[in-house]
Design a binder for this molecule. Sequence first.
Ligand code: SF4
Ligand code: SF4
Length: 351
Amino acid sequence: MSAALKQAIQNEARRLGFILAGVTTPDPPPHLSVFEDWLMQGRHASMNYLADDRSRARRADPRLILPECKSILVLALPYTDPKTAEASNQPAPSGRVASYAWGDDYHLVIPEKLKALVAFIERQVGHPVFNRWYTDTGPILERELAQRAGLGWIGKNSLLINPKLGSYFLLAEIFLDLELEPDEPFTTDHCGTCRRCIEACPTQCILPNRTIDARRCISYLTIELKEDIPPELRPMLGNWVFGCDICQAACPWNRFAASEHESPALKPRTGAPRPNLIRELELMPKGFNAKFKDSPIKRAKRRGYLRNVAVALGNSKDANALPALTKALDDPEPLVREHATWAIQEIEKKI
Ligand code: SF4
Ligand code: SF4
């Protein structure tokens, strides 16, 4: 019964769009000390929610999240592989957005699928099942659970990599009060002597123990950081205005991965991969909210996104951006004004 139930759950997960579905136990994660060291070194930057006592205790023992938990189902939903995206015809200067953010916000898309999967499981067993689900936001080491559920290995770029599918997918987990046969952990490390992600990272923030120093990571700086971007790091951001795909794009396992698995629910919006930076800088609050309704870019808020746009314009060294940047000196947000000032100085150095 258990094997048949697990197979039925995996089939339903695939029907819902998940490309990987494995099972692990709620046992404590064996590499917790790596994460604790990372916190001790302050490499979580301003993400203090990662370091509070309650979430640390839960991360150390998943059963604290759901005492009835007997199995954890770990799932992966694919997003657009940037190598399949159409070449952009956007006039310069254009920005770049991490590919997971080209469509709707996965925080809106994935929960609906997880709820549907739980409902399916309850129909199969014929009674309600205690459950708890997460995608990205929970106090759990989700990549470690995914490795233990057989989905792939944790690469030097700190991401979970599957040998057939690469790493362009999002993880989600369902804690279940249900005995399911755990999968074999994925124990092979396919990084070998490769260092491409480490060498490609513009801010050199990939650490030797397969973690990232968030304080220098473009993903953190353009999304989570709410204040000024440190001036010495701004030139390294290039034209990334929300997230960064460089360490994934450099990875050979993504270059040769099957790329036809894009989730329709995360389909890219028109123009999303390469936004026109001058037009973006002119977005007022109403226009920003309308353009990014249900998009993950809303997470940066207008002030953070336009801060990033200003930095990208400064890095473009394009004098065509000067009128828009000069107008931004009157922006209601001091954060935007400060970064527009920096961008103007950068461009004027080249004139
Ligand atoms: S996301 Fe970008 S900045 Fe962050 S580790 Fe990867 S390459 Fe480096
Ligand atoms: S680029 Fe190379 S070292 Fe980095 S995660 Fe991919 S295989 Fe591993």
